[in-house]
Write a protein that binds this ligand. Structure first.
Ligand SMILES: Nc1ncnc2c1ncn2[C@@H]1O[C@H](COS(=O)(=O)NC(=O)[C@@H](N)CS)[C@@H](O)[C@H]1O
Length: 464
């Protein structure tokens, strides 16, 4: 994993997930296999959001300049990242139009038309769209894009701050469940004041650590308070007949969820996909020997129909190439389970199973194959989550200190630890450490404040 970024780029290409050769920097193409992984992944997120009463909507891509600039903090945070449309055909536009970097402003403009009285609330909507940010730090496929092609943004509006606070908690639970489904371990920190979302009261962020020890933010939940509703005049008539501005939240996840599945679960052979997002869950490889082809094909087709009927995403690889080539191909693509069907096994009434996550290969009685496969898909998901959690634990280091040593000394110790251990360093919370200028001392970012094993810590790390 010392050359993680090479490994990562190679996988995207060899497993035919994503093609970076698009002629615009920070833009790429989801290939069919990658597109299916993306679809299964975000269908899980859709389900979790809808189970908690969120409705999916779809907003236009273009935002008029004056609308984007309406909320001061927000435009200040995004003005260097916005792509602009200035012409319609050959004609210059009177008002230039922004490609949405995120959709607070168009959505809250429309909420003004939708919100009148108490019963119009709460609003809980989300969309999964492409957004655009003119990233100046160097771009990376699925990690730092200029066209963020899978940007799930949720926006909610409530009658009270307390309800908005509860919504933040619900969003955090949904995100925990989502990353749990993907087997991706996360550290949840409240971001420092100086690094919160432009226009938010506060930001809670989900970080994970890639095999190279770099920290990556893979989800964020923002409590917007009334900052946008005052600017957008989102007033409603309260139950008591008075007036108040709504209390809002928003929360986002992007293609980085796909990057995390690849980075965190992969190994030197290639992808390892959690079964619930694997386009192919079981690949069946017929082992063909002279004179025995028919009985092998017959058994293969029977197994295929059995699994298909049980709702398993199964495929037969009957290409005319050596089995070893086939094994490598599907291991590279991270197919969770392989079944080998050969004449000897058929005679002995067994089937050979290979599981991609542990590399184990074993026989199971052909009458038990269905239960075994369904049980195995669950076991693989749990095992992958456990293995990923163990991996990230190795990237979490606590640096303790007694309160009277000078800040320089603490910074130096944290810097050394980060250089040596990489990942995330936890420092017991103290006011004198929790300052923006501590970041340049340790040459890393303060990710925020987190609770770890019941204690309050400052989290720091080198981020993507
Ligand atoms: N250039 C980028 N490429 C890929 N993902 C990105 C990029 N910029 C941000 N993200 C991801 O998108 C998530 C949401 O972005 S954000 O700015 O933090 N929050 C918002 O835009 C809010 N409107 C909530 S949707 C981030 O947590 C990060 O995981």
């Amino acid at each position: 994993m010392e050359n993680f970024s090479e490994w990562y780029s190679e996988i995207l290409e060899k497993a035919e997930i994503y093609d970076v050769r698009y002629p615009i920097k920070g833009c790429g193409v989801y290939l069919p296999y990658g597109f299916k992984i993306r679809r299964y992944t975000f269908d899980i997120l859709r389900r979790l959001l809808e189970e908690k009463g969120h409705e999916e909507v779809l907003f236009p891509l273009l935002i008029p300049e004056d609308l984007l600039a309406k909320e001061g903090e927000h435009i200040k945070g995004f003005e260097n990242e916005v792509f602009w449309v200035t012409h319609g055909g050959k004609k210059p536009l009177e008002i230039k139009l922004a490609l949405r970097p995120t959709s607070e402003t168009p959505i809250y403009y429309m909420m003004k038309l939708w919100i009148k009285v108490h019963k119009d609330l709460p609003i809980k909507i989300f969309q999964i769209v492409n957004t655009f940010r003119y990233e100046t730090k160097h771009t990376r496929p699925l990690i730092r894009l200029r066209e963020i092609m899978t940007f799930k943004e949720a926006h909610t509006a409530h009658t009270t701050m307390e309800e908005a606070e509860n919504q933040v908690k619900e969003a955090i639970e949904i995100y925990r469940e989502f990353f749990n489904e993907l087997g991706i371990p996360v550290i949840v920190s409240r971001r420092p004041e100086w690094d919160k979302f432009p226009g938010a009261e506060y930001t809670v962020a989900f970080d994970t650590v890639f095999p190279d020890g770099r920290v990556i933010q893979i989800g964020t939940v923002h409590n917007l308070g009334q900052n946008f509703s005052r600017t957008f005049d989102l007033e409603f008539e309260t139950l008591e007949g008075g007036k108040d501005y709504v209390y809002q939240t928003c929360y986002g996840i992007s293609d980085r969820a796909i990057a995390s599945i690849i980075a965190i679960h992969g190994d030197e052979k290639g992808l390892i996909l959690p079964p619930n997002v694997a386009p192919i869950q079981v690949i069946i490889i017929p082992l063909l020997f002279k004179g025995k082809k028919e009985i092998v094909y017959d058994k293969t087709r029977k197994l295929y129909s059995l699994l298909k009927e049980a709702g398993v995403r199964v495929k037969i690889d009957d290409r005319d190439i050596r089995p070893g080539r086939k094994f490598n191909d599907w291991e590279l693509r991270g197919v969770p389970v392989r079944i080998e069907v050969g004449p000897k096994d058929i005679e002995n009434k067994v089937v050979t199973i290979y599981r991609r996550d542990t590399g184990e290969k074993y026989h199971v009685g052909e009458d038990k194959i269905m239960d075994e496969i369904l049980d195995l898909l669950e076991k693989i998901k749990d095992n992958m989550r456990k293995k990923a959690k163990e991996k990230i634990e190795r990237y979490i280091t606590i640096v303790d200190y007694n309160a009277d040593i000078p800040i320089e000394e603490i910074a130096c110790r944290v810097k050394e630890t980060l250089k040596e251990k990489k990942g995330i360093v936890l420092i017991p919370y103290s006011e004198k450490v929790y300052r923006e200028d501590f970041e340049e001392k340790i040459e890393a970012s303060i990710l925020g404040i987190t609770e770890y094993r019941g204690e309050k810590y400052i989290t720091v790390g080198r981020t993507y």
